[in-house]
Design a binder for this molecule. Structure first.
Ligand SMILES: N[C@@H](CCC(=O)N[C@@H](CS)C(=O)NCC(=O)O)C(=O)O
Length: 238
């Protein structure tokens, strides 16, 4: 989302990939000094550090010259913001791991991650704050994955959001109006994520046709390649 906003705005940027899995760099002191919640992304504009995608992308739009990524009409701008909050509110962890449960209905990856986080907690007591939050999140995730109704609720929310996007795109080529906005960076990334997790049947075989056409248009934009949007990967990469 952040990279799409930078590219669509025409802003040159330097990228530093933070390995949040194997090296768990997000918990290292240099990173939590920038991002105390120990999550990606983080954007530096000069000396200023900005965290949280919902705060980052409007700053990109406001700070730099380039095409406006916020609709000029207040009503469309409100739709844009509401859509971004909806997209950010989904539980992508449940969507991912619910597709990869073993015969006992558990995700070995999530269980292993919990062990890894607890080992990190023992090794680096000074990183307790960020790690404790993540361990609690891992436990909530394991509990949610064990509850089919809960999984269904989250998958249903994501599916309903795709239907709402489809309705929005019946009247306009973009999520909120006639031009590309910040909501399109969110929708593109969310749809790419859904596709990666095997939910693209939601817009195949005639379902949600406006989303299907929209997704193809977004794939054809230069920003798809330049921002490095990824919508397929093997299980190990994920
Ligand atoms: N709403 C936050 C979400 C950030 C977030 O949860 N990032 C995930 C990756 S998508 C992360 O860094 N996770 C680190 C971890 O799981 O330890 C934002 O947009 O900045």
């Amino acid at each position: 989302m952040t990279r799409l906003a930078l590219v669509e705005k025409g802003v040159a940027y330097a990228r530093r990939t933070v390995d949040i899995m194997v090296k768990a760099e997000q918990f290292e002191p240099w990173y939590t000094a920038l991002n105390p919640r120990a999550v990606v992304p983080t954007l530096a504009i000069g000396d200023e550090i900005i965290t949280d995608t919902l705060r980052i992308v409007p700053r990109i739009d406001a700070e730099f010259n380039g095409p406006a990524l916020t609709p000029p009409i207040a009503e469309d701008a409100a739709v844009m913001e509401a859509t971004m909050r909806d997209i950010m509110g989904l539980h992508y962890g449940i969507l991912l791991y619910a597709r990869r449960l073993d015969e006992n209905g558990k995700s070995q990856t999530v269980i292993d991650r919990g062990r890894f986080l607890r080992a990190q907690r023992a090794k680096y007591p000074e990183r307790a704050e960020a790690l404790d939050r993540r361990i609690a999140g891992n436990e909530r995730l394991q509990k949610a994955l064990a509850d089919p109704a809960e999984v269904e609720r989250h998958v249903g929310e994501a599916k309903a959001l795709v239907s709402r996007l489809d309705q929005a795109m019946a009247d306009s080529p973009f999520v909120s109006g006639e031009s590309y906005t910040l909501a399109d960076t969110f929708a593109t990334a969310a749809l790419a994520r859904f596709r990666m997790h095997g939910y693209d049947r939601w817009w195949q075989n005639g379902a949600n046709p406006h989303v299907a056409a929209y997704y193809r248009r977004m794939q054809e934009r230069l920003s798809w390649v330049e921002a490095g949007v990824v919508d397929s990967a093997d299980e190990r990469d994920i």
